[in-house]
Design a protein around this ligand. Structure first.
Ligand code: ATP
Ligand code: CA
Ligand code: CA
Length: 424
């Protein structure tokens, strides 16, 4: 099944790689998390810590099944990022490394990257090209600042950047990030949208099958729209504008809006991941636990104390504080991931309809470099140059945003062609 992927057992070709990745994460992340919290410095963004694992082990690194080297990039920055995204440090390590189980996504992109899911499907490990790794380090500070200023960002959430080096010398870089799709809901259709049309159609015979990743032309041919009433429309467009602004400024292109559709009228009946959920039922107590950052924690516990110490007869003030408290709790979740892990469709009166969208901007580590320029020059010989994907980042971003904004359903919607005619 394409949605689940292949569970990596000891006989799998990538078992050793997986083992080494998880061992490195377990040791590197727990070491950093054990330290007393502190503010970031400029040096933290450039930092890279080396760990050498071998079968015997030493006082710094425990013994491992294999010999390999591990590099942990900017561990303090990613610790702060995980905190910013309300990822509990213990949950993170348990999800990724408690059982050493990952499954490999069968048919990922053309880039040659491998994708692995944590056993509870919350996290994805993506192996990335050396150039993407270098690029992420280069933009890390800007990315971090953006995340801090935009708690509702739709951009990929990076939780870690690491490298494994095997004894024969091959180096594999990888990121840990959020899985946009929930483990507990069927995703009935998946679209990878770029706002470009050339080559943007999935035409294989299994187009109707679960897990097929469809593209822009499938979306428009099926007349799909994002159904968002005024409130959600505003939230979504404003956030997407801010996110695309950063991508343009960082010279990034080739990214997509990944959209998973859950149709509530179809429900969950063919949920092939159900079995997984019952085996790995989420620990709800842990999910409700306050975040680890001491500053935030102290605010939350201050609120808690205030609630407890408030005169019970003075209900209005108790209620005020309680509201403030639940409001903080609500803020823990990005607004686009609050409706059962996603963003529920709404009509023009802001009432929920039958869909839940699971969406985010993915594949954001490709800068506009010479390779892309070559592709552009070559492709524009045979195509309208505005419709191919390798255009400059400013144009890419504007076309991307334009497509997403126009694909939001309005009550007074005119067919697209008429709209562009009346604009001309
Ligand atoms: P290419 O460069 O050829 O587009 P890639 O290897 O860089 O491919 P991505 O575009 O990042 O890969 O992702 C490929 C597919 O993997 C996506 O279309 C999507 O189906 C899935 N995927 C990627 N990131 C996520 C995520 N965060 N959550 C859920 N699914 C994802
Ligand atoms: Ca892609
Ligand atoms: Ca890519």
């Amino acid at each position: 099944e394409p949605v689940i992927g292949t569970r990596i057992g000891e006989d799998h070709v990538n078992y050793v790689l997986m083992y080494n990745m998880l061992t490195g994460i377990r040791v590197g992340v727990s070491r950093c998390s054990a330290k007393f919290p502190r503010e970031l410095t400029d040096a933290d963004f450039k930092a890279a810590h080396k760990l050498a694992f071998d079968i015997t082990g030493n006082e710094l690194t425990p013994s491992a099944k294999y010999d390999f080297k591990f590099k942990d990039y900017a561990p303090w920055v990613f610790r702060h990022l995980r905190d910013q995204f309300y990822i509990d440090p213990a949950d993170y390590l348990v999800s990724l490394t408690s059982k050493y189980i990952l499954s490999e996504l069968n048919s990922p992109g053309k880039s040659g990257s491998f994708f692995y899911f944590s056993r509870d499907y919350r996290f994805i490990i993506k192996t990335i090209h050396h150039t993407e790794h270098k690029f992420l380090r280069k933009i890390l500070k800007e990315y971090y600042m953006h995340i801090k200023e935009n708690p509702n960002t739709l951009l990929s959430r990076f939780y870690g950047l690491h490298r494994v080096k095997l004894p024969r010398g091959s180096k594999i870089h990888f990121v840990v990030m959020n899985n946009l799709f929930p483990p507990h809901r069927d995703i009935h259709e998946i679209y990878d949208l770029k706002g470009s049309t050339v080559g943007r159609e999935y035409t294989k015979a299994d187009e109707q099958s679960k897990g097929a990743v469809l593209k822009d032309l499938n979306w428009t041919k099926r007349n799909r729209r994002l159904e968002l009433g005024p409130i959600k429309r505003k939230l979504f467009v404003e956030q997407l504008e801010k996110d695309v602004e950063l991508l343009k400024r960082m010279n990034i292109m080739d990214y997509s809006l990944l959209v998973g559709l859950h149709d509530m009228s179809r429900g969950n009946k063919d949920n092939i991941r159900e079995g997984i959920l019952t085996v790995f039922e989420p620990d709800t107590k842990k999910l409700e636990r306050a975040p680890s950052h001491h500053k935030r924690e102290s605010k939350v516990s201050a609120l808690r104390k205030a609630v407890v110490s408030t005169d019970p007869l003075n209900l209005s003030s108790t209620k005020l504080i309680l509201d403030a408290f639940t409001d903080r709790q609500r803020q823990r979740h990005c607004v686009f991931y609050t409706d059962d892990g996603g963003f529920a469709a709404t009509d023009e009166s802001n009432y929920r309809t039958n869909y839940i969208y699971y969406l985010g901007v993915i594949d954001i580590l490709t800068p506009y470099n010479t390779a892309k320029k070559v592709e552009h020059a070559w492709k524009s010989l045979s195509h309208d140059k505005h419709n191919i994907s390798a255009v400059n980042p400013i144009f890419y971003g504007e076309r991307f945003l334009d497509f997403m904004v126009k694909t939001i359903k309005h009550n007074d919607d005119l067919p697209k062609e008429e709209m562009s005619e009346s604009n001309a």
